[in-house]
Design a protein around this ligand. Structure first.
Ligand code: ADP
Length: 997
């Protein structure tokens, strides 16, 4: 009821919004009519005039106000341009076509929604590609660069060429980012008024520009003004779960998957034997008619391997299913889950299908390590530490050593357990050709490389080379498949899609389906939704869902239906939830001699062509849910009379949005069309979210025979409510991820702006001086204003002599004669003095780059280390949630502290490196020798052997990176081969002074 009222309100709000826009449509059309009688040149003149005026405006709000003012006329110019181009030939992706589009009224409305920073929901086939030209032109006039985000590289190129025809005709420049472009080419594309590309390309360019570029010349983007995201739900919701990461190899690799693989294999086999035995017992009971008694056995079987074949077969029979459900209910009802735990203890390990976790049980630990089952238990650190503290016989040093030993043991065990648990997941939860495939990545024109584990996109079944599961899972699967195990990697730069798109001043989006996720778009991106009416009335016939007991019965029914419609010649699009399901159906159709095309992992290159042919007479196309998105299916001749395209979906997706998307593939632009969903109780959605339970009862009450189906609007509702629950859960996950990422995002913003300043400033020297001014007093205070009251003069002196070539004796320094503030001032002056002399000895051309470089290396090295720490922190706080603390609160607090330390460390490292790199090695040595005794005499040799090869030229660029993986190493060396970093890098935290001299 509440929902209904809400919908009424939302619905009418949409109506009100639309009502405001219709008069503008009239105005645009009137202006466009006037333009029809003017000469062609008028359009480009308008463009030039607006561009010139907009170039004079600075303020974002002024610019927007100006754009709002000229909107009707600008849209009229675009529409008129489209009209004048009608009938003209052009080439798009090497195909000759003819321009034959003039904007419809509803498209003008869509264009306004995009300009005002909303999501325009427009059904498939409504021409969103063309809609975008309106706001692209209008906002492109600012010359600040408008980005339009497409789903893949192919569409970026297609749209840039197709729509670019119109935009260029009007006098704008249009660019397009493609995966294989070099930085100079990219920069050129970004310099255009309008740039097409995928979210990954835009996002990675941002990360490279701000996190990796070593000079301004390597940066390609020029700000984030306005972006339009096509298929906005796919980009901002589906892809938002995987952040963009640029990584490099880690220094120390902790993975030992090879070593543990044989152990885990034996363990899996052992559990397999046990499970087969359990399955046998259950079957025997069932055969004797005692189904009720099988509940515990089935629960155990499911805990041991949720995808156990015998279990799945038994689940086809309602008696077993009911017994399992009843038993599970009992186990889970107990808040302490004692009985459940006891049941798990009878297994070697247990698997949770929902949370994707694998747990090694006592029995498994004994099996793996009969002599020392504790090898797989984490020691209780707190108790161990307390014991050590209480041991009065130990000296403080011994105590420390004892604690370190416990800690080290803990690290080893934790690592081992982590390796084993990842391997178990790899063996029990990740199936080849469902979750991943093994194959060689084949780039055009290159020989095939060695076989790799390639993740398959869960929605489309598309292989995603280059993407890797994190946290060792990928290596575990590689070990399982016996392919080369890639090195663990370390994050060099990362951002979530959400936070990338939040960089833009203004954002607009388009999609066929956003309504079900409207609140998420609003809360996270401040994007409101406008549902645009279709150009023609939709005449699609949506049938009720058909529900079957088993997957087998469902598929049989689907094949019967396909056969029937195919014989009439009606084109059919069969949607599946996975590559596996596509293959099963394809096999079944082959048996029935039904000719068909399958769109899956193996032929995705021809995706667009296959989908485009799906509307021809007699075509049967099998495709995973989201494959081929963004390609419009046009009906062939005579197909309309046969009822148009028939969409048969073989499963309901977790998200209603994806289902609507599939339905929307037919009946475009007023075409006839029909859709239906087939469901079984074995589908993941039904199994995991309890919808099956209620319905099984219902089906039994109705005395359903094998092969019979259920169908009722009430059932559709029931399925929908299961979907809503999943949607809600997934939203919560994404929101949580974002809340965590927000913390890092703020830090990234600070670091990136600091880094950019170092990269672009004409006066790096000023930055260095600023560091000296800030870091020295902080350091001095750290030594002299200590809590217990004794200033550490010796420590300070030591630090001074290690960090700067001052070579001060205790008398010369006379630190005790000044207070802390006095010492800070005195030392700052002294350092500036000697630094001034150093600069005077440098090659003049090189000094700027040298100072820039000192800043950059400090920022990069420590920021990357910080990312690593933040990762660990994040893992760590989740463990603390057991202690009734909110992990997010803990994370925020500690992240703040870590960041403070980071900023301090960056300044200290800059100080430390100021005198350790030079553009003029000989000059520098001479300088040191010529300095008065206090500068050159005695002291540690630490400094003198440190001066390092000069970055006279700009340092070489970091290796270019692929979307996720990055080759090359993080250390930059110069031609001489000498690392620029000092041999002794300060450890994180303070204390570097104590290590020196
Ligand atoms: P969507 O992305 O909304 O599904 P597309 O942008 O792929 O739709 O366009 C669907 C089809 O409609 C394309 O073939 C396009 O040429 C055609 N089309 C779009 N707008 C118009 C128009 N105003 N007049 C004629 N054809 C149009």
């Amino acid at each position: 009821m509440l929902h209904w009222i809400l919908r009424k309100i939302v619905g009418s709000k949409n109506q009100r919004e639309l009502k405001k826009l219709w008069p503008v449509v009239q105005q645009i059309n009137k202006l466009e009519q006037e333009l029809q009688s003017k000469p062609e040149s008028v359009l480009r003149e308008k463009t030039a005039q607006w561009k010139a005026e907009l170039a004079k405006l600075e303020d974002y709000r002024e610019v927007q106000a100006y754009l709002n003012r000229i909107l009707p006329e600008a849209f009229a110019v675009v529409k008129n341009g489209a009209r004048r181009l009608s009938g003209r030939p052009l080439t798009v992706c090497d195909q000759p076509i003819t321009w034959e589009m003039v904007h419809f009224d509803v498209q003008l409305i869509g264009g306004m929604a995009l300009h005002y920073g909303k999501i325009a929901e427009m059904a498939t086939g409504e021409g969103k590609t063309l809609v975008a030209t309106l706001p692209l032109y209008l906002n492109g006039l600012t010359g600040r660069g408008v980005h339009i985000i497409t789903v893949n590289d192919y569409l970026a190129r297609r749209d840039a060429e197709w729509m670019g025809f119109l935009l260029q005709y009007l006098g704008l420049t249009v660019g397009c980012i493609q995966h294989d472009q070099s930085p100079p080419v990219r920069r050129h594309q970004y310099a255009c008024d309008v740039t097409y590309g995928t979210n990954a390309e835009f996002g990675f360019d941002y990360l490279r520009d701000n996190g990796l570029a070593q000079s301004v010349d390597e940066q390609v983007q020029r700000g984030h003004w306005y972006a339009i995201v096509d298929e906005v739900d796919s980009v901002l919701i589906d892809e938002a779960r995987t952040p963009l990461i640029i990584s490099g190899p880690v220094k120390h690799d902790s993975q030992q998957y090879d070593r543990y693989k044989p152990m885990v294999e034996r363990l899996v086999r052992q559990q397999g034997l046990l499970l087969n035995q359990i399955a046998g017992e259950a079957k025997a009971l069932g055969d004797a008619g005692k189904h009720d008694a099988t509940g515990d056995l089935l629960t155990k079987l499911k805990l041991g391997q949720p995808r156990h074949r015998a279990l799945l077969r038994m689940m086809e029979e309602p008696e077993y299913r009911r017994a399992l459900e009843k038993a599970e209910l009992n186990f889970y009802v107990d808040p302490q889950k004692k009985a459940l735990f006891a049941l798990k203890e009878e297994l070697y390990y247990s698997i949770d299908e929902k949370s994707h976790e694998a747990d090694l049980m006592e029995k498994g630990r004994k099996f793996l390590s009969p002599d020392d089952p504790d090898a797989f238990v984490l020691p209780d650190l707190a108790t161990a530490f307390a014991d050590i503290d209480q041991n009065k016989g130990l000296s403080p040093e011994e105590r420390l050593a004892a604690k370190e030993a416990v800690q080290a043991k803990m690290d080893v065990q934790a690592q081992r357990m982590h390796n084993i648990s990842q391997l178990l997941r790899a063996y029990c939860l990740y199936e080849r050709d469902v979750h991943y495939m093994v194959g060689a990545v084949h780039k055009e024109g290159e020989p095939a490389g060695e076989p790799k584990v390639i993740i398959l996109d869960e929605h489309t079944g598309r292989p995603m080379p280059g993407r890797r599961w994190s946290d060792g899972l990928h290596q575990a699967v590689e070990a399982k498949e016996g392919v080369k195990i890639d090195k663990e990697t370390q994050t060099l730069a990362t951002i979530t899609i959400q936070n990338y798109f939040r960089l833009y001043h203004k954002l607009g989006g388009m999609t066929g389906t956003a309504e079900t996720e409207a609140s998420e778009f609003h809360d996270i991106y401040k994007l409101d939704l406008l549902i645009i009416p279709t150009n023609r009335v939709v005449t699609r016939k949506d049938n009720n869902d058909k529900i079957y007991k088993t997957r087998r019965e469902k598929y049989n029914a689907v094949i019967t239906l396909i056969k029937e419609r195919h014989e009439k010649g009606q084109p059919i699009l069969v949607g599946t939830a996975s590559v596996e399901a596509s293959e099963t159906l394809s096999r079944m159709m082959k048996l029935q001699k039904i000719p068909h095309q399958v769109l899956n992992a193996k032929n995705h290159r021809y995706e667009a062509e296959i989908v485009a042919g799906a509307g021809q007479r007699g075509a049967v196309t099998v495709s995973t849910n989201m494959a081929g998105r963004g390609t419009d299916i046009k009906l062939g001749a005579g197909v309309a009379e046969l009822g148009g395209l028939f969409v048969i979906a073989t499963e309901r997706h977790e998200a209603r949005r994806i289902d609507r998307q599939l339905r929307g593939r037919c009946a475009r632009q007023g075409d006839p069309g029909e859709s239906i969903f087939y469901i079984s109780f074995e589908d993941a959605l039904m199994m995991n979210f309890g919808a099956a339970e209620r319905m099984t009862k219902l089906m039994e009450r109705m005395g359903l025979e094998d092969g019979q189906e259920l169908e009722h609007p009430w059932l559709n509702k029931s399925v929908e409510s299961a979907q809503k629950r999943v949607e809600q859960r997934n939203y919560t996950y994404r929101k949580r991820t974002l809340e965590f990422d927000d913390v890092l995002n703020k830090q990234r913003t600070v670091i990136y702006s600091l880094r950019n300043e170092a990269l672009t400033t004409e006066e790096p020297h000023a930055m260095v001086v600023e560091v000296i001014d800030e870091a020295i007093p902080a350091k001095v205070l750290g030594f002299l204003e200590v809590e217990d009251g004794t200033p550490d003069y010796d420590g300070l002196l030591q630090w001074i002599n290690v960090t700067f070539p001052l070579r001060l004796s205790r008398e010369e320094a006379a630190l005790e004669t000044r207070d802390a503030k006095g010492n800070a001032e005195w030392l700052t002056a002294k350092v500036k003095d000697v630094y001034g002399m150093k600069i005077a000895s440098e090659h003049e051309e090189g000094i700027k780059e040298l100072e820039r470089y000192v800043m950059l290396t400090a920022i990069d090295r420590l920021w990357q280390e910080h990312l690593y720490n933040m990762d660990s922190l994040r893992d760590g706080v989740h463990l603390r949630s057991f202690a009734q603390k909110d992990p997010l609160v803990e994370y925020k607090a500690e992240a703040y502290d870590l960041f403070e330390v980071l900023m301090g460390n960056i300044r200290n490292e800059v100080l430390h490196n100021l005198f350790r790199s030079t553009t003029n090695l000989r000059g520098f040595e001479e300088l040191l020798a010529s300095l008065p005794r206090q500068f050159s005499g005695g002291g540690s040799e630490d400094d003198v052997d440190q001066p390092v090869a000069p970055p006279v030229a700009a340092p070489p660029p970091a290796t270019r990176v692929g979307p996720i993986q990055m080759g090359g190493s993080g250390t930059i060396t110069f031609s001489g081969g000498m690392p620029l970093r000092p041999k002794k890098t300060p450890e994180q935290g303070q204390g570097e002074a104590r290590q020196g001299g």
